[in-house]
Write a protein that binds this ligand. Structure first.
Ligand SMILES: Nc1ncnc2c1ncn2[C@@H]1O[C@H](COP(=O)(O)OP(=O)(O)OP(=O)(O)O)[C@@H](O)[C@H]1O
Ligand SMILES: [Mg+2]
Length: 500
């Protein structure tokens, strides 16, 4: 049988960075291939070449045995290759149906039949069993629903190849299961899937085969069923990762931050917990439970409606982010693109921005000190880049996230508010981040860790609180939690159900 897709010797450089150094792969019709690799390995670049967003410097691509070289993403879609990017790309003020048919070719003589188009959108939405209203504005949808609209948008073109770049990073449990159901049906219809994820358990669920990229080259691959995850990790990292959740012994001291029935604009409705020096406090909940809003309200980004925030026992409820930073409270935002990083500035500038005095003299930045400090942080956090002057926007997703995290540590905050700090981070670098979190606690810093990844919460935290519909419903020491109990609490069930 002719393979659906054959890539051979694909190369792509960005200036001095050889992002792809000769990658080859093959996917059959109805086959799902996992594309795995560390941050900066070249996964997204390869998929962007395939989907027409980048043109390769060398190599050939065959689609159903015929030469394929799309000039842009639209042409790729017309050829049957659609990509769902990690960041959602919907037009917020248009309706669901309008978004889905954007870019569908008009009929003869440029005639756009609106009714027919809407019908097309409705058909695809029904096929996905999405329950999304085709006439709702996209801005009114949850992230999970928007993700489904993205998929619907890819499906109107009847793709033969569907590429998904970390599609579950903004989904939780039920929505992930729904997505997997959709993908399985597509596969049975003969659609080929290319699936990128740092969650290897997911790759095992969705895919049968895998290929591993390292430094822009294919270094291995095989059957997922007959390969252990440890082996896959070894291919990826090039060494053994012994401890995925390294723990640093730390002592818990006096209370630092306390929330007393804190209510924000809409959420949180009632947040109540306190966290002590040297404590790692996990916050679990479904998407939309109000975890992000709680951190934003504490940090002074969102207004406080009622209730109180105490710092070191003093009421300090109304504030601004600048005042919080001065008081040693720092936030790692979930949305690093919008409110975290300055994309066209260098790695060094982004790392050191909020605390310049150690690298300055008389108000001037000392270039050598700046370079040395930035270098040392890049090494500690395994940031992969040309050098410390490279613009942040040119780094891979995971490497951008590492810089955003490093800035908080460099700031020497006493209270670290971390919103999904390991999103998009590869397995090996995750361990490096947990190590830093543990060390911060050992230095007496208080850490709030918002996460949707349960193994990480159970592996890293001292205490875990669960939010459900804007309220903190349970706070317990980590030893008293199980995965099952966390999920039950997050969906608002009683906590005393027996374990499965
Ligand atoms: N527009 C660009 N300009 C310069 N360099 C780039 C650009 N896009 C990607 N790169 C570089 O190419 C390399 C591969 O990046 P890519 O985004 O493909 O990695 P990735 O495997 O998707 O990583 P991640 O898991 O972090 O998303 C990186 O070194 C990155 O810095
Ligand atoms: Mg990527």
């Amino acid at each position: 049988m002719t393979p659906r897709l054959q890539l051979s010797g694909i190369r792509k450089a960005f200036g001095a960075t050889q992002a792809l150094g000769g990658v080859s792969l093959e996917v059959g019709p109805g086959e799902a291939l996992a594309v795995i690799g560390e941050n900066g390995a070249g996964k997204s670049t390869l998929m962007k070449v395939l989907s027409g967003a980048h043109s390769p410097d060398a190599g050939t691509m065959l689609l159903d045995g015929r030469p394929y070289s799309p000039a842009d993403p639209l042409e790729a879609r017309r050829c049957g290759v659609a990509m769902i990017y990690q960041e959602l790309n919907l037009v917020q003020h248009l309706t669901v149906a309008e978004n889905i048919v954007l870019g569908v070719e008009p009929g003869r003589w440029g005639w756009v039949n609106r009714r027919e188009r809407r019908a097309q959108a409705v058909r695809v939405l029904a096929e996905l069993q999405s329950g999304v209203d085709p006439d709702a504005p996209v801005s009114a949808l949850t992230i999970a629903q928007q993700q489904l609209v993205e998929i619907a948008r890819a499906l109107v073109h009847e793709p033969r190849v569907l590429i998904l770049d970390e599609p579950t990073s903004s989904l939780t449990g039920v929505d992930v299961e729904h997505l997997f159901g959709v993908l399985e049906r597509l596969r049975q219809r003969g659609v080929s899937l290319l699936y990128i994820s740092h969650f290897l358990e997911e790759c095992q669920r969705v895919c049968t085969r895998f290929t591993v990229l390292r430094d822009g080259r294919t270094v291995g691959g095989g059957d997922l069923a007959s390969t252990s995850l440890d082996q896959v990790i070894r291919w990826m990292v090039g060494r053994e990762v012994k401890d995925l959740y390294p723990r640093t012994p730390h002592e818990i001291g006096a209370p630092v931050l306390a929330l007393n029935a804190l209510a924000g604009r809409e959420k949180p409705r009632c947040a109540r917990f306190s966290i002590r020096a040297g404590e790692i406090f996990g916050l679990f909940g479904l998407i939309g439970a109000g975890r992000t809003e709680t951190l934003r309200t504490v940090f002074g980004l969102d207004p406080v409606r009622s209730g109180e925030v105490q710092l070191d026992g003093r009421s300090e409820t109304s504030t601004t982010p600048a005042r919080r930073l001065r008081a040693g409270v720092a936030l790692l935002s979930e949305d690093r693109k919008r409110e975290g990083l300055l994309l066209n500035r260098s790695i060094a500038e982004n790392l050191l921005l909020t605390r310049l005095h150690p690298v300055s003299w008389c108000g001037f930045v000392r270039p050598q000190a700046e370079r040395r400090t930035a270098r040392s942080w890049m090494d500690q956090l395994e940031v992969r880049a040309q050098n410390e002057h490279q613009a942040i926007g040119e780094l891979s997703g995971g490497n951008q996230q590492k810089v955003a995290f490093g800035r908080l540590l460099y700031h020497q905050a006493r209270v670290l508010l971390l919103d999904e700090p390991t999103r998009g981070i590869d397995v090996g670098s995750k361990a490096a981040i947990y190590l830093r979190i543990g060390q911060a606690a050992a230095q007496g810093r208080a850490v709030v860790l918002v996460s949707s990844y349960i193994p990480e919460l159970l592996g890293v935290c001292d205490t875990i609180g669960v939010m459900c519909r804007g309220e903190i419903t349970a706070v317990r020491p980590v030893a008293d939690w199980t995965e099952h109990a966390l999920i039950a609490a997050a969906i608002g069930q009683s906590l005393d159900i027996p374990h499965a």
